[in-house]
Design a protein around this ligand. Structure first.
Ligand SMILES: Nc1nc2c(ncn2[C@@H]2O[C@H](COP(=O)(O)OP(=O)(O)OP(=O)(O)O)[C@@H](O)[C@H]2O)c(=O)[nH]1
Ligand SMILES: [Mg+2]
Ligand SMILES: [Zn+2]
Length: 311
């Protein structure tokens, strides 16, 4: 039988059958997912095959994932924990005030999401707090930056219930997950979308297992208007994504779509002549902040390599 993993505690799982019945499940046998060393082979959102053994279900196969989101363990650098799989979209909740989100954070986050093939929608929450002309202008500035980059954006206030219908519309029929800094209003937002849900988002905590890695409990919920979400402690980023730095611009959609126009096919858009990316920055088609963050991430990556080589 096929099912979807809707809950994971690390050792136990809950699988939802096509008839919407939820049964306890465990894993049998060894599961290895090529290329990743994870502390948990199965994650919420995974499509699995299972059979029944008495009261419980035994997962015997995991189907290929279209994407997944990982959390890196701090101590074991190669060990990762998969916190969600097969998500349709990630809502990156940002606020320009209380707390202030920075462009550098957003651009690093977006690079990670691109690398993991997670479509991101930017959700500006707490727009009720933006009162002065300067604050409103700042929001317009951000909107222009990410519109040029090709990202979808929503403007909401969970508190004042502004823009929630558009958000619900975007969520219908899809599996979503929320990310962003602590305090931007993710829990408030989700609870406003479906007051009956009464998520324990705030209380979900991370517990340590023998100090080695962090176990995260994640669970999938169905909202009243026909949307699914995976509830997990806020996703704050993707950590250092392993990639060849020459490919960094592939993770900037507005650069990716233009790079074949550069004179050199291995152009890294820094010092090369006839670079169409630099040209697009100069004429305002690509936001300067995006390009500067591209350079900044590019250089960071280099110092990271040096560190690994022991310089
Ligand atoms: N003014 C205003 N305050 C808001 C809005 N949304 C949330 N808040 C407030 O922001 C604070 C943080 O909200 P949470 O929902 O706990 O934030 P969170 O993103 O879930 O934070 P973590 O769980 O720590 O990651 C709370 O005091 C909310 O009442 C909003 O739209 N406007
Ligand atoms: Mg929260
Ligand atoms: Zn170029």
């Amino acid at each position: 039988m096929e099912g979807i993993v809707v809950k994971s505690t690390g050792s136990w799982y809950e699988v939802e059958t096509p008839e919407k019945e939820r049964i306890l499940a465990r894993l049998k046998g060894k599961f290895r997912i090529k290329g990743i060393k994870s502390t948990n082979p199965v994650a919420v959102g995974d499509r699995v095959n299972f059979h029944r053994e008495g009261e419980e279900a035994v997962i015997d196969k995991i189907f290929d994932r279209k994407n997944y989101i990982i959390r890196r363990s701090i101590n074991l650098s190669k060990q990762v924990q998969i916190i969600a799989a097969n998500v349709d979209q990630l809502f990156l909740v940002v606020t320009l005030k209380n707390p202030q989100t920075y462009l550098g954070f957003v651009d690093r986050f977006l690079v990670g999401a691109e690398a993991y093939r997670i479509p991101v929608v930017l959700v500006y929450n707490k727009i009720d707090l933006l009162e002065t002309e300067d604050e409103k202008a700042e929001l317009k500035k951000w909107e222009a930056i990410y519109e040029k980059a090709g990202y979808e954006q929503l403007f909401v206030s969970a508190e004042k219930e502004i823009g929630l219908e558009a958000l619900k519309e975007k969520m219908k029929g899809r599996l979503s997950i929320f990310g962003g800094h602590s305090g931007v209003g993710k829990s408030t937002l989700i609870n406003r979308l479906d007051p009956k849900l009464n998520l324990r988002t705030a209380e979900v905590s991370e517990s340590h297992q023998s100090g080695k890695h962090t176990t995260t409990f994640a669970e999938m919920f169905e909202l009243s208007f026909g949307a699914h979400i995976i509830d997990t402690p806020g996703i704050k980023g993707f950590g250092n994504v392993e990639m060849q730095k020459e490919h960094l611009s592939h993770y900037f959609p507005e650069m990716r779509s233009r790079m074949n126009e550069c004179k050199f096919n291995n152009c890294i858009h820094i010092n090369e002549p006839n670079c169409m990316i630099k040209k697009a920055v100069a004429n305002g088609e690509i936001a300067e902040s995006r390009y500067f963050n591209y350079l900044s991430i590019y250089e960071e990556d280099e110092s990271e390599n040096y560190r690994q080589k022991g310089y």
